[in-house]
Design a protein around this ligand. Structure first.
Ligand code: ZN
Length: 506
């Protein structure tokens, strides 16, 4: 490395860290807005988020950054592909080339718009009032199309939006994976729903909030979520947010009459957070310091929520502690019955509460609707009707209202329409592939889970996935870790193995 290259690289890093700090300040304002802020702060907060978003964007697309990237290209090209400087150059170049296509005024307008539509939606959903968001959704669809057009030409208008969350994927490739998955899922759902449903009445007894939270915290401490670099707060729609490597926060919500809600959202968000906490600390403030794709991120949250948190070994270990914490609710319930209850498969209305078997059918409905809206094959006015028709045909349940229908997900009311949902299902597929690789390396993992020990699994995930941050793209990472691309078969095998023990799938 030449001395000039060294100073150019240092200048680039310093600039990127400043931009990251501006964005992180925005993340903290957003966290405050969704956990602490009184409702009166809404208008000003929306403006503040828009200002920070625009400043971060403008500083990043500054031609000076483009020049530094050009000047550093010869150096980056001499390095091995997996060298940290090569990866930093590659990822920054990719982000720069994308963001530079988006006009600054659009960014500011868009950020401001999101806080307006989000705010209206938080009231429209409980009031079951689709009309309140109808025109805003139309506006969002216009924005989303306009945004996609900045990145043309493309085969499908959703391609740039999908690529942004799940780099390397397109509408056509996702459709192909989803078609294969659907063909294999539908018979499993049919076989299970033909049998008597599991009794889950015990999870609907009264569980006081403080004890629910304490139980969840005990588990994620065992998992390895580091509370010296994290915290948990209450919110309406749980999420994880990274402020920096030393501050990765999670949020949850509690329903005192539905035990699953808080616990599994806690395990889920802790999975996202452990990924972020496990990224190489020397990447902090740089574009490498984030999970590499929506799909890979979701593979980690779903691993800790479902593959681990809904496993028999997990409940063999934790059920006595749960029973001791909630003796009046659970003294008459066996560990087996409880394990069955938290794995109850039943077609339902709400995606975030759906079981592992039907969950992906919820995602496919949203993905198809996003594509149809973006293509212009469907209008916002058709949304409630099409949504309900798809639930009736795909899941056999008809939403009684829009609150539990097309108004249920935050995505279209807080971000662009498109590119948001496929990551959930890609994540489920990858979670089974990654876990198979972990078991191949460490067959002792299930027995350790049965003892409440997670170090081996957590260490393997850190080593193979977490530490790399965005150094490798999702397709590269899946290939490195599993030896293949994203596949449907390992996830189906996982479902058949697990639900074959709970239901007759012969
Ligand atoms: Zn998630």
């Amino acid at each position: 490395m030449q001395p000039t290259e060294h100073s150019q690289l240092e200048t680039l890093k310093q600039q990127l860290i400043v931009i990251n700090d501006i964005s992180s300040a925005g993340s903290l304002l957003y966290w405050d807005m969704t956990t602490q802020m009184p409702p009166g702060g809404q208008a000003a907060r929306g403006r503040q988020l828009a200002v920070l978003g625009q400043i971060a964007h403008d500083r990043f697309v500054d031609p000076a950054i483009g020049r530094l990237l050009d000047e550093l290209q010869p150096y980056a090209e001499t390095l091995p592909y997996d060298h940290n400087d090569a990866a930093l150059w590659r990822v920054t170049r990719r982000n720069y080339d994308r963001e530079v296509k988006v006009p600054s005024a659009f960014v500011a307008e868009f950020f401001q718009f999101f806080s307006v539509i989000y705010d209206v939606w938080t009231r429209a959903r409980p009031a079951n009032d689709f009309n309140a968001v109808r025109d805003l959704l139309k506006k969002n669809l216009d924005y989303s199309r306009q945004y996609a057009e900045f990145f043309g030409p493309f085969d499908h208008i959703a391609d740039p939006l999908i690529d942004q969350g799940d780099y390397g994927m397109k509408a056509a490739s996702v459709r192909a994976i989803f078609a294969e998955l659907r063909a294999q899922l539908v018979p499993i759902v049919a076989a299970i729903t033909a049998q008597p449903p599991a009794d889950d009445s015990m999870v609907r007894r009264h569980y006081p909030e403080a004890d629910q939270l304490a139980f969840g915290l005990d588990i994620i401490k065992d998992y390895g979520y580091d509370f010296s670099r994290g915290r948990q707060d209450l919110t309406a729609h749980p999420y994880m947010t990274r402020i920096n490597s030393g501050d990765v926060r999670i949020t949850t919500r509690v329903d005192e009459h539905y035990f699953n809600d808080a616990l599994f959202s806690t395990l889920h968000e802790a999975g996202h957070a452990m990924y972020e906490q496990g990224i190489d600390a020397t990447f902090d403030g740089l574009p490498l310091a984030t999970g590499t794709s929506a799909g890979v991120h979701e593979s980690q949250s779903r691993t800790w929520e479902n593959i681990i948190g809904r496993s028999r070994e997990f409940w063999t270990h934790y059920y006595p502690a749960l029973q001791a914490r909630f003796p009046s609710q659970l003294s008459d319930v066996s560990a087996d019955s409880f394990h069955r209850a938290v794995n109850k498969v039943t077609p339902s209305l709400i995606r975030v509460d759906a079981d592992e078997v039907t969950y992906n059918l919820h995602v496919m409905i949203r993905f198809d609707i996003e594509l149809a809206l973006l293509e212009g094959a469907m209008e916002i006015d058709d949304l409630p009707r099409v949504w309900n028709e798809r639930y009736t045909s795909d899941l056999g349940v008809t939403p009684p209202d829009d609150k539990d229908g097309c108004l249920q997900d935050v995505h279209w009311f807080g971000g662009i329409i498109g590119g948001a949902f496929q990551g959930y299902t890609l994540g489920n597929l990858m979670s089974a592939q990654f876990y198979d690789s972990a078991l191949k390396a460490h067959p002792e993992i299930p027995a350790e889970i049965g003892q409440g020990k997670f170090d081996t699994l957590h260490g393997w995930l850190k080593e193979n996935i977490y530490q790399h941050g965005s150094k490798f793209t999702a397709p590269e990472l899946v290939e490195r870790v599993t030896g293949t691309g994203v596949q449907v078969a390992p996830y189906i095998a996982y479902l058949r193995r697990k639900y074959g023990e709970l239901y007759d799938l012969s």
